[in-house]
Design a binder for this molecule. Structure first.
Ligand SMILES: Cc1cc2nc3c(=O)[nH]c(=O)nc-3n(C[C@H](O)[C@H](O)[C@H](O)COP(=O)(O)O)c2cc1C
Length: 164
């Protein structure tokens, strides 16, 4: 069983979650890499793919990676987002990720909140396309926290059981 944890992260939140997931995967052959450094996912049995939610969707840089996942490959999707856990603003991005990776066999998804720098948040709040999530994101100032990272580890364990 060979596992890849692939992630894209601009400010470090998704990278933190990726590291927790990597730990949670346990004692198997595994690698953790930023998406830009991955050439081929063929050698892996399970791929975890993580990104920050951007405008209720998947960042454009992550699209080719998801689109190129080969048919039947087991895929677990994770994300960080400023909006509430399991809320519609985050769920929309998971749905889109799954449509991009339409060849993959998606085995699960996990999301937790991630902080946005207050100065940036203030600017984004002024833009109509960002207001809904940015209002919620004000209460994510200390995320991802220890509990989020533990939940990420537990998600990884659950995915490993499911993939066997
Ligand atoms: C340009 C931009 C757009 C964002 N759009 C959303 C969004 O639509 N919904 C949401 O919940 N969070 C949104 N966020 C918040 C990020 O998803 C969140 O801060 C995430 O944890 C950042 O992860 P990173 O540190 O790995 O880059 C946005 C952040 C930025 C900078």
């Amino acid at each position: 069983m060979k596992v890849l944890v692939a992630y894209f992260s601009e400010t470090g939140n998704t990278e933190k979650l990726a590291k927790a997931i990597y730990e949670g995967v346990g004692k198997v052959e595994k690698e953790i890499l930023p998406i830009g450094e991955i050439k081929d996912v063929a050698p892996y049995d399970i791929v975890f793919c993580g990104f920050p939610v951007h405008v209720s969707s998947v960042p454009v840089k992550v699209h080719p990676f998801l689109k190129n996942i080969p048919k039947g490959k087991k895929l677990a999707v994770f994300a960080t987002h400023g909006s509430l856990r399991k809320g519609p603003l985050a769920v929309a991005a998971f749905d889109y990720a799954m449509s991009l990776a339409s060849n993959a066999k998606v085995i699960g998804t996990f999301g937790c909140r991630g902080k946005v720098k207050p100065s940036l948040l203030e600017q984004l709040m002024k833009k109509p396309e960002h207001r809904a999530w940015a209002e919620q994101a004000q209460s994510a100032a200390s995320s991802p926290n220890e509990e989020d990272l533990q939940d990420g580890k537990d998600f990884a364990k659950e995915m490993m059981k499911k993939a066997h």
